[in-house]
Design a protein. Structure first.
Length: 250
């Protein structure tokens, strides 16, 4: 029997915008339906870790998850036009320049050259990590990070891999999915359920500290004769299974 494909290292950024007296907004992008992975789904900004991300993280001696942090910052600039994890806070014109350079194929290190900006990787906070083990042709080893929204008014979709950008609360996103108005894949749904019970970025950060990140690998288990896709109990997720027939795995 053949083994599952090797997971592609990836990173994603959960950008949280606090609202007074209301649940916080989350930054989401809708992937183009033509994309091979999660086509048509709402996801957090992110993507695969590139060699340039690894090289920059090594140069900075940024640790085990440094390349993922660099990738999350880069992908969020590319996909949403928001520059988190940079100091000093970049101006709209600087963000636009970075985005043009990245879309042209420059690494983040090259894009930053001459801008006077530097990375502040500590603005990203490790939240979770998902590594599926199914036999699809493409799977990702994805590290999720939390970050507080900055320059949210300048967010805009890139119209390449993604077709729409929106800010919405976790509960609203889940309700839209339940009503058939949005597509959300299994890992994103479980993360949204976890975030739906939190009232602020500070609460999300406290939750990440309460449940230090562990690697989540979903597995199939029979429950009352029905196959369910499951994740471990006791690691912060309020919902840990759903019928396999109802699951969108990307």
């Amino acid at each position: 029997m053949s083994s599952p494909p090797v997971a592609i290292p990836a990173a994603t950024l959960i950008v949280i915008r606090d609202r007074i007296g209301q649940p916080p907004d989350l930054l989401m992008v809708e992937r183009a339906r033509t994309m091979a992975f999660a086509g048509g789904a709402l996801v957090f900004p992110g993507g695969r870790i590139d060699p340039g991300d690894e090289a920059l993280a090594a140069l900075l001696d940024a640790g085990d998850d440094g390349a993922a942090r660099v990738a999350a910052i880069r992908e969020t600039i590319e996909e949403a036009g928001i520059a988190i994890g940079l100091e000093p806070p970049p101006s709209p014109s600087q963000i636009a320049l970075l985005r043009r350079r990245l879309h042209a194929g420059d690494s983040l290190a090259v894009a930053l050259d001459g801008t006077g900006l530097r990375l502040a990787l500590d603005q990203l906070h490790a939240f979770t990590r998902w590594v599926p083990a199914h036999r699809h042709t493409r799977i990702f080893d994805t590290r999720f990070f939390l970050a507080r929204a900055t320059d949210a008014e300048h967010a805009s979709v890139d119209h390449t891999e993604n077709v729409r950008l929106l800010w919405a609360g976790a509960a609203q996103l889940l309700a839209d999915a339940a009503a058939g108005a949005a597509t959300i894949i299994f890992p994103t749904r479980r993360v949204l359920e976890r975030l739906a019970g939190l009232a602020s970025f500070a609460d999300a950060l406290a939750d990440a500290r309460r449940y230090p990140p562990v690697t989540i690998t979903p597995y199939v288990e029979q429950r009352r004769g029905v196959p369910h896709l499951c994740i471990p109990e006791g690691v912060g997720y309020p919902v840990t299974s759903e019928p396999l027939s109802a699951t969108d795995r990307g």
